[in-house]
Design a binder for this molecule. Sequence first.
Ligand code: ATP
Ligand code: LTN
Length: 345
Amino acid sequence: MTPAQTQTRKVMLSAVQPSNHLTIGNYLGAIKNWVKLQHDYECLFFAVDLHTITVRQDPKEMRDQTYRAIATYIAAGLDPKDVTLFVQSHVPAHAELAWVLNCFTYIGELSRMTQFKDKSAAKGGGEGQNISAGLFTYPVLMASDILLYQTDLVPVGEDQKQHLELTRDVAIRMNNIYGKDTFKVPEPYIAQVAARIASLQNPDQKMSKSDPDPNASIFLTDSDDVIRKKLKRAITDSGSEITYDAEAKPGVSNLLTIQSAITGKSMSELVNSYAGKQYGHLKVETGEIVVEAIAPIRNKTELLLKDLGYLNSILKDGAEKARARAHTTLKRVYERVGFIGLDQL
Ligand code: ATP
Ligand code: LTN
């Protein structure tokens, strides 16, 4: 890539929380698209450790998961020579811009966020349940992550669409006050097939890496046998016919979705290939397809994690590049809202 080409590329950015081992939901819904599109964009991918502490974390675990997330990005196929990989807390501008955006985001907007409603309900909901203010303002920090880099495209799963809409609303609001070139208004990129991989134990819910039931998710760290076992135990639906119907047959449809997302086969092709077969066949074959997709990523991640020196050098380099870019936007915003620049004194 020549410098001229680099300059003309649009910006793509996305992130995952290092809250636990990543799942095939994270991989198929998000990371696989990052890999597919990486060379068409100027890319920034990171681990959002600041977001992760909105729910209590074990510090050592979180440090390990942060390294693991970055190693997984590379193992899944991101090219660290071309894309910028970093850790959110290494770029202080994320938290700094988030404060400014907090002052332009309304409590009413944040109260409508379904992720906040779901996560606070999971903690018991209501006042007095020790739900942090950070969990409430989480989408503002996400808007900061995105707007700092004048991002064009944000590839995420379906569950993040609402946060992207809020990001756009806040960007437009501030652009109307401070000038259209304050922020680029970003577009979401939602996976066509794997926008929402469901929990294996409760297919009406999305698969989530912090689900307390380990059988509900396939982690990218799971061994081949564990993957096979979890898929054999996956909840399927009443009846016996293998058809795609997300409403009536969410369990079976989820397994078909996983297969389609991995193999690229269309849903009708898959459904036809299962004519006259039993749910058991679908589970066993899905197990094999997932093992084949995940095992190389898992093995490469483990190898990368043995070389912390290499990962550290990528993270240092990434933080430096990200800081320089983020500084330009933060400085512009500070000037426009009326802060006195230290460099002007
Ligand atoms: P947590 O349980 O800690 O909230 P999570 O598994 O929901 O974590 P995130 O870190 O919130 O994962 O999400 C990272 C990326 O993965 C986002 O782009 C999100 O939309 C996507 N993603 C998460 N779960 C799924 C899923 N079940 N299906 C498709 N995409 C998903
Ligand atoms: N909220 C996202 C993670 C996230 C993100 C971002 C995704 C934080 N900042 C910026 C895309 C762009 C989630 O998946 N829970």
